[in-house]
Design a protein around this ligand. Structure first.
Ligand SMILES: Nc1ncnc2c1ncn2[C@@H]1O[C@H](COP(=O)(O)OP(=O)(O)OP(=O)(O)O)[C@@H](O)[C@H]1O
Length: 608
């Protein structure tokens, strides 16, 4: 029997907060005609962060491997030190074998050089591998942490972002951040220690030459500062463009059916091309500055080298230095420039990684709009009564616009309440409130009298199952999709749920039965089949409260009739809110609630 509980006129009186004054009347947004894809440029700019703030913020993900950082640095320094010592042996080779032509001294020196090279090679290999391990483990931890963080956000918060851009931040931006806080640190420490070694050795060999070689050092420092800052600025653009390209690509592939149907493939190609060009320009601008820096260093290196050779010739002529000493000095100079080059490379890398870090941090700063309760109440275990009390709801993206106002009803255990109303009246918004995907602006949703806001979001979902409008299937086997809400379910339980949902017959007719992989979003299934798989999933979960959001939407009469039986079985004995346009389906409810229409100038709610 269908019993109309209540029909409320638009902006009605009594109960809810007063929104009847024209000036205060909730506004509905009317989207202006739009012919472009997005009005916000590629993706939003993330706030700038100082390198030290970036380092502090990411340290927790480096921390578990903090002892490996000095180990890696030491191994790499050992490798570098081996090279310094081998240069020293080379000096001895010249001064003790070549100049005095004493071949007997050759073998011990040659043996020492080979042994040293092998030891240095092993140390360098171990250092590089340890660095790579620290780096990869950091990336893994951070990526997992960001993903976990994103999953604390309700779907609407996540959907306001471009998914492709989020993916770019979790993949390529995270990789760059790693260079800054893990491998970058090791490289920095190694380069500094190697530099100290080389400078000390150079001073030991000849302090006038060492001073001449270091004369250009201040110019290096100034150049590093200027180039580093510029690279960071340009990298910000490049990272944003990279996010935008991934976002466009993702959207373009997801909507390929639409572009084919409307013969707009060329426009999708053009969009990707356009974003690709923007990215290319940004990357080339960064590369120009990034590559100019080593070129400037090259000139400085030549100037330093010439100063050494000029002064070295003088020192040689007055006998203050041996030929071997001069050649060794020249070799040290290249050793010295090695770390200097590494450090200068780090300058541009820090700039690029800093820009990526800002984007990752911005993502980590997004907070869930659903506050956690101070004293969480556990979910009801037995029969549940669902109550909506003077519910008022709107979206933060449209402040001042009220979608639902003064919505009130009670659904007793085992009852089915059909919620109806014209398109856009807020039916799906109500569904989101009932599973706490969002909180109301006013009023409350209660389960056995407990406000959903007093429960952890996970507790709410332990008690309430939402069957969304779209079947939402993973690119996985049917069995996996059915057991998604209860991964511990046995094959027998999965089969029973599929039988209850009238899905068993078509599943067993598929080539691999329950192991058939259904493709992204279940594209290998018909709409009705996908819907029945989703119903089986809800069966298996078996919560006391069900929220069914348009379970027959998009199905033709026959497919809708096919899901009717499973739906009735699913709803039996459960507290159910059945949101629907479908009068045939609503007839199976115990009562019907017509959602009040808050839209200006529209008539009171009638079911379509
Ligand atoms: N995430 C959102 N952010 C801002 N506004 C939203 C959001 N989702 C829905 N709205 C707005 O809320 C209003 C109600 O939308 P809702 O999807 O709840 O309606 P509905 O009754 O389910 O419509 P339909 O029957 O067509 O599915 C619409 O005006 C819509 O524009």
């Amino acid at each position: 029997m269908v019993d109309v509980i209540r029909v409320r006129p638009a902006g009605g009186t009594g109960g809810g907060p007063d929104v009847t004054e024209p000036a205060d009347r909730p506004r509905r947004r009317h989207a202006a005609p739009r012919h472009t894809y997005a009005d916000d440029g590629p993706v939003a700019v993330s706030p700038a962060e100082s390198p030290s703030a970036v380092f502090r913020r990411f340290w927790p993900w480096v921390r578990p491997d903090r002892y490996w950082l000095p180990v890696a640095a030491l191994l790499m320094v050992a490798g570098a030190a081996g090279e310094v010592v081998s240069i020293w042996l080379f000096k001895e080779l010249i001064d003790q074998v070549l100049v005095p032509r004493r071949f007997a001294a050759f073998w011990p020196l040659a043996g020492a050089m080979v042994g040293l090279a092998a030891a240095a090679g092993v140390a360098a290999f171990a250092g590089d591998y340890t660095t790579a391990r620290v780096a990869e483990r950091f990336i893994l931890r951070l990526r997992t942490a960001i993903t976990a963080h994103l999953h604390t956000l309700p779907p609407d918060t996540l959907h306001t972002r471009r998914h492709g851009d989020v993916v770019a931040r979790i993949t390529s931006d995270v990789q760059r951040v790693e260079q800054l806080v893990a491998s970058g640190v090791i490289q920095f420490v190694t380069a500094v220690i190697s530099m100290v070694f080389s400078v000390a050795a150079a001073f030991y060999l000849s302090w006038p030459l060492a001073l001449a070689a270091l004369a250009t050092a201040p110019v290096f420092a100034v150049a590093a500062r200027r180039f580093g800052g510029r690279v960071q600025e340009l990298s910000r653009q490049a990272r944003r463009r990279n996010g935008a390209l991934t976002a466009v690509l993702e959207e373009s592939l997801a909507l390929s059916g639409l572009s084919h149907a409307y013969n707009q493939q060329h426009r999708e190609v053009a969009r990707v091309d356009e974003e690709g060009r923007s990215l290319m320009r940004a990357e080339l601008a960064t590369a120009r500055v990034g590559f100019l820096y080593p070129a400037v260093l090259d000139v400085l290196e030549v100037v330093g080298g010439l100063a050494v050779v000029g002064l070295g010739a003088f020192e040689l002529s007055r006998g203050a230095l041996t030929l071997g000493g001069l050649l060794a000095f020249a070799a040290f100079l290249t050793q010295l420039f090695g770390p200097v080059r590494t450090l200068s490379g780090l300058v541009t890398m820090v700039g690029a990684a800093g820009a990526a870090a800002e984007r990752v941090l911005e993502l980590l700063r997004v907070r869930s709009p659903l506050p956690a309760p101070a004293r969480p109440v556990p979910p009801p275990s037995g029969p549940a009564t669902l109550t909506c009390e003077r519910l008022r709801a709107g979206y933060p993206s449209h402040p001042g616009t009220v979608v639902l106002d003064d919505v009130g009803f009670t659904v007793a255990p085992g009852q089915v309440l059909a919620v109806m109303g014209p398109s856009g009246v807020g039916k799906s918004t109500l569904a989101k409130l009932l599973v706490r995907f969002m909180d109301p602006l006013g009023g409350a949703v209660r389960l056995n009298g407990v406000d959903l806001r007093d429960m952890e979001v996970t507790a709410v979902r332990q008690a309430v199952t939402l069957l969304p409008q779209q079947a939402q299937l993973f690119h996985a086997s049917i069995g996996h999709n059915i057991a998604y809400g209860r991964p511990d379910a046995s094959p027998a339980e999965i089969t029973r749920a599929a039988r209850d949902a009238d899905a068993h017959a078509f599943i067993t007719a598929l080539p691999d039965g329950y192991d058939t992989v259904v493709g992204e979003n279940g594209f290998q299934l018909s709409g009705g089949q996908a819907r029945r798989v989703a119903i089986a999933r809800a069966f298996l979960r078996g919560t006391q409260v069900l929220v069914l959001d348009e379970p027959t939407a998009g199905l033709d009469d026959r497919a809708a009739a096919n899901v009717l039986g499973p739906l009735q079985r699913l709803m039996a004995g459960r507290t159910t809110v059945l949101i629907t346009h479908d009068h045939a389906l609503a007839r199976h409810a115990d009562a019907v609630y017509l959602l009040p229409d808050t839209r200006a100038g529209t008539s009171p709610g009638h079911p379509d």
